[in-house]
Design a protein around this ligand. Structure first.
Ligand SMILES: Nc1ncnc2c1ncn2[C@@H]1O[C@H](COP(=O)(O)OP(=O)(O)O)[C@@H](O)[C@H]1O
Ligand code: SF4
Ligand SMILES: [Mg+2]
Length: 345
């Protein structure tokens, strides 16, 4: 239901609108025995107001580090070494501190961090934690908050009253994950960050939850970021897609275009590895090799070169720039070379 079609007696939805987000030149380092090493480097990413952006990449590519950065929540031994995260209505989150930051998290930015199944307080019921959350953000109508929580839990296939009366150990991993999603949505934040929101769920529940995320996103007019290692998940839910590898975004664009015509060799490899998307299990081929770790990610040249079938000399020494072609952005020397040839012809 949109604001226009709502009956007059119902209090209007808070007049917040979907915020835009501009991540610029963002780098995060972690302190290791080998010194400070970058987990993400020079990330540029715009979240368009009212859209769902999916971030996909193998484990270790820096997805969770990026998610934490959006809330300025990177913890030691990590730190944001450079860049900015401009959120409409909040300013540069990287510069926020103390109470301003605490208020922004939850109220303006709803989030579920990875492993949210284990982040509930084991000593308090879910309902008690919900009330704590509401009070800490100055919610005056706690009854309405509880009603809203029950409604969200009900939509996700759970008995809301029972879940609110439960402790963490009484809930399965999948149920805790849904509680995490409820907590991310219940304060009515208009920017929502979901890090691996469906990993503990079976396929059918996963499909239901993705549908509900999409529905709530549309009903409330949110800006949403969904992070996942599963290309099938983003294919289902995201309007736009960013593909991460070795701490970089190697390709981004509208989901249909990126999946329908992947340009970066890594995106192509990822797609070929998925029988569900290729359509034929015999044709699915795993990407050879392994993703780099903090210690092994190349310091110069292209981070993907060890696994790339199109590697050229320049790839060893020069990091490819992210080049925009309409709504598509790709960082690859081979793609640049092909585009240059096309222009000349
Ligand atoms: N607290 C930490 N200390 C040291 N290295 C870390 C820490 N957290 C993450 N990393 C490293 O940063 C890189 C990116 O990790 P992460 O953002 O969790 O990736 P993803 O979510 O894509 O799996 C990985 O190489 C990971 O090992
Ligand atoms: S820049 Fe070179 S190594 Fe990297 S993906 Fe493109 S062709 Fe492959
Ligand atoms: Mg992660």
């Amino acid at each position: 239901m949109t604001v226009e079609t709502m009956p007059k007696a119902v209090p209007p939805v808070p007049s917040k609108t979907a915020p835009g987000v501009r991540v610029g030149g963002l780098s995060v380092v972690y302190k290791t025995s080998a010194g400070e090493l970058p987990a993400i480097a020079g990330i540029n990413l715009d979240l368009v107001p009212g859209t769902i952006t999916g971030v996909v990449g193998e484990s270790g590519s820096g997805k969770s580090t990026l998610a934490l950065s959006l809330l300025n929540a990177v913890q030691p031994p990590g730190r944001i070494a450079a860049g900015s995260v401009e959120i409409d209505g909040l300013g540069d989150v990287v510069a926020l501190r103390g109470e301003d930051l605490r208020k922004a998290r939850g109220r303006h930015i709803g989030y579920v961090f990875q492993a949210a199944q284990n982040s509930l307080n084991p000593l308090k019921t879910v309902g008690k934690q919900l009330l704590d959350l509401g009070r800490s953000h100055g919610v005056s109508d706690l009854r309405a908050l509880v009603r809203e929580a029950k409604e969200l839990l009900g939509r996700m296939g759970m008995d809301g009253a029972r879940v609110l009366d439960s402790h963490q150990h009484e809930l399965s991993g999948g149920m805790r994950q849904r509680v995490g999603i409820m907590l991310a949505l219940v304060l009515n934040a208009h920017l929502v960050v979901l890090d691996e929101p469906t990993t503990a769920l079976d396929m059918i529940t996963q499909a239901t939850i993705l549908r509900i995320i999409r529905e709530v996103h549309e009903e409330r007019g949110l800006t949403t970021l969904v992070i996942t290692h599963d290309l099938g998940v983003v294919a289902e839910v995201a309007d736009r897609l960013a593909v991460m590898y070795g701490g970089r975004i190697v390709e981004q664009g509208p989901t249909r275009e990126v999946l329908g015509g992947p340009r970066h060799p890594y995106t192509r490899g990822l797609l070929r590895a998925i029988p569900r998307l290729v359509g034929d299990i015999d044709e699915a081929r795993a990407l050879p090799g392994r993703p780099p770790t903090l210690g092994t990610v190349p310091r110069e040249g292209c981070v993907f070169r060890e696994r790339c079938p199109l590697r050229m000399d320049v790839c060893d020494t020069v990091e490819p720039l992210a080049i925009a072609d309409g709504p598509r952005i790709v960082a690859c020397h081979a793609v640049d070379a092909a585009a240059a040839k096309e222009t000349k012809a």
